[in-house]
Structures are given as C-alpha cells and as structure tokens.
Design a protein around this ligand. Structure first.
Ligand SMILES: [Zn+2]
Length: 159
C-alpha cells in the first residue's frame, strides 16, 4: 500500500495519520450511538466509570486514563451536536484523492502543518458532509474559524 501511495504522490505517513483520524471519528460515532449512552447519561455522577466499562466491553481492550477521558469528552460533544451527520469514509477518501494535501488558506503542507478536514459551509448551518463541502485547513487556520470544534485533528495516543 505504501508503494501505491508514493506512486500517486501521497506521503504514506500522512495517509496513515489521516486514516487513524477517520477511525477515531468512527469510534466516537459508534459510542455515541450505544443505547446506554442516552441524552441523560452525562448527568449521572458515575458516568465516567460506566463509560469505561462500556468502552472496555465494546472494544475488548483497556484504555489509558488519558485516552478514556478524551473519548469521554468527545462522545459528550458528539451527543450535544445532534445536527451533525457522520462524514462517510468515501467522502474523506475522495477529498484525499481529489485535492492537493495543503491548507486552502495559507498553502502550507505537512509536515510543516497538521491538516484538518473542514466543512466549507458548517454542518450547523446545513452544510453537507460530502466531498464538495469539505476542504483541508491547517490547524492554525481551522482554529480561526468560528465553528472550530466541529472537526478536530488526530487526538488519540493509543498508548
Ligand atoms: Zn493554513
């Protein structure tokens, strides 16, 4: 696979990071859809402990305290954003194949910057999660946009 990626001009390392990020997003979506994690879940005093048990059962692995807390917060944020629809894998991949790997604002590329996937029209304002509404922004430029928490960069250590 690395050979093919290099042949089409994509650094294998950046592809692996990108894939890791989409898989993390997928895990958050999957957890947010567990029936036990309902709208009242985060009001429970023992929410973190119950979350840890659900996560362990669901994934079959033990998570570090840091990753557990990051996932806990990300799923919480996800539950609060009812308007957001998950971005399908094929749309991520289309973006990766079809546009240059650089920030559309400043033109910088990895490894100088970390690229985030950004909704051109924010999902909160009805923007779709399809390729035509997605673009790459560097972390810095993404933070300057107001709806900055909608899509974040890679964030799990997987220690
Ligand atoms: Zn930029």
């Amino acid at each position: 696979m690395d050979l093919l990626l290099s042949a089409i001009g994509i650094a294998p390392e950046s592809f692996h990071r990108f894939l890791e990020w989409t898989l993390c997003e997928h895990l958050v979506m999957a957890l947010a859809n567990i029936s036990e994690i309902d709208d009242y879940f985060y009001q429970r005093p023992d929410a973190l402990r119950v979350f840890r048990d659900l996560l362990t059962r669901r994934t079959g692995r033990t998570w570090s305290q840091r990753d557990l807390e990051v996932l806990f917060d990300r799923v919480k944020l996800e539950k609060m954003q009812h308007f957001r629809k998950p971005i399908p894998y094929e749309e991520y991949l289309k973006l990766l194949w079809q546009v240059p790997l650089l920030c559309v604002r400043c033109g910088r590329r990895p490894p100088d910057v970390v690229l985030h996937v950004d909704h051109i029209v924010p999902a909160s304002r009805g923007g779709s999660s399809t390729r035509n509404n997605l673009q790459f922004l560097c972390a810095e430029d993404n933070l300057r946009k107001s709806n900055r928490r909608e899509v974040t960069g890679p964030w799990l250590d997987l220690r």
